[in-house]
Write a protein that binds this ligand. Sequence first.
Ligand code: NAI
Length: 253
Amino acid sequence: MRLNNKTAVVTGAAGGIGQAIIQKLLTEGARVVAADLSADALKVFQDIPADKLVTFAVDVTDFKQVEAMVKHAADTFGQLDIMINNAGIGLAKPLLDHDPVGDFDPVTNVNQKGVYHGIVAAGRQFRDQGTKGVIMNTSSVYAQMAAEMTFTYNVSKAAVDMMTKCAALEFAPIGVRVCAIAPGRVDTPMLRQYEALGLWEHIRKEQMRNTFTQPSEIADVVAFLVSDEANCINGCTVNASDGFENFKYPLLG
Ligand code: NAI
């Protein structure tokens, strides 16, 4: 098992991609702190033994809570090895309809500041432990593409890519790798918002394979990236997107 006895923190744990990452990390031998907004949402993990997984209610927009989450992981399992900053939210709204007072901060605070908090808290923990570590951020191919309706989301994910590069540079001397993964369209509650808009079939046909990426497929890539097999991958964003960013759709009408 690639992650035997490694301790990982995963934020956004109760969501589609977070749950899949946790399942995969557990099968690879890791011990996990599953963190999400509410204790209620975290009940999905209640059947997993406490020597394998503990839960932690956190709002990643609050640095003190993120710091406490990291400390909880080290106190519970001995040390932190892997930090996965995965929590994220979206906003689908044309830019001209934005409320500039209320629409920018919520997305930015979770997607950008939340990842920043995780990077700093985990980096300090690795430095204080004197151990190597890996920080993995969930970005999106929307960081690399313009898209209608998702202005704040794309901007926040572009920030994730740059934070990944800068943190990798600063943390390399203490033996810490920092990478990001960029999914395209993954079948999770976040993507299912398109169903309510009546756009599900439309966006499915835009996919090269005519189907969405499964959360477990993202989890497989993440498990590799946080393992020692990926030691030479650092300071970059790895696209795991079914090639979504490379094509103007629909492909054949
Ligand atoms: P999801 O909506 O299923 O899960 C997101 C989780 O984050 C939820 O459980 C939610 O409670 C949690 N969360 C939200 N705000 C939080 C906060 N302030 N503190 C702690 N937890 C918070 O979404 P999904 O699809 O699993 O998304 C996971 C990550 O993947 C996000 O960063 C998202 O932007 C990214 N992503 C998703 C794609 C998709 O097509 N589903 C595509 C590209 C990126």
